[in-house]
Design a binder for this molecule. Structure first.
Ligand SMILES: [Zn+2]
Length: 81
């Protein structure tokens, strides 16, 4: 299962409690601000609540670094199961 799908399945908005979200994987290219902060070639997951619009950002490399069994636990921690 893709990380994006797991987040969408588990998502609960930390602000309004809504359970639907949009997930976008954003690649930071080595220009402008990203160069300043030395984050070129990195990818981030931008998760936005479709109700209130709050956006949270996750590092997919960290999430994918967990073994499949453990990843579910991480998702439970992030979104309260
Ligand atoms: Zn919300």
């Amino acid at each position: 299962m893709r990380i994006e799908d797991m987040i969408m399945n588990k998502f609960t908005c930390s602000r309004c409690g809504h359970t639907e979200c949009n997930v976008k994987e954003v690649a930071m290219s080595g220009t402008g601000l990203s160069k300043v902060f030395d984050i070129e070639h990195n990818h981030y997951l931008f998760v936005s609540c479709t109700h209130c619009g709050i956006v949270e950002v996750y590092d997919p490399d960290v999430l994918r670094g967990h073994k499949s069994g453990k990843l579910g636990t991480v998702m439970d921690i992030l979104f309260g199961g």
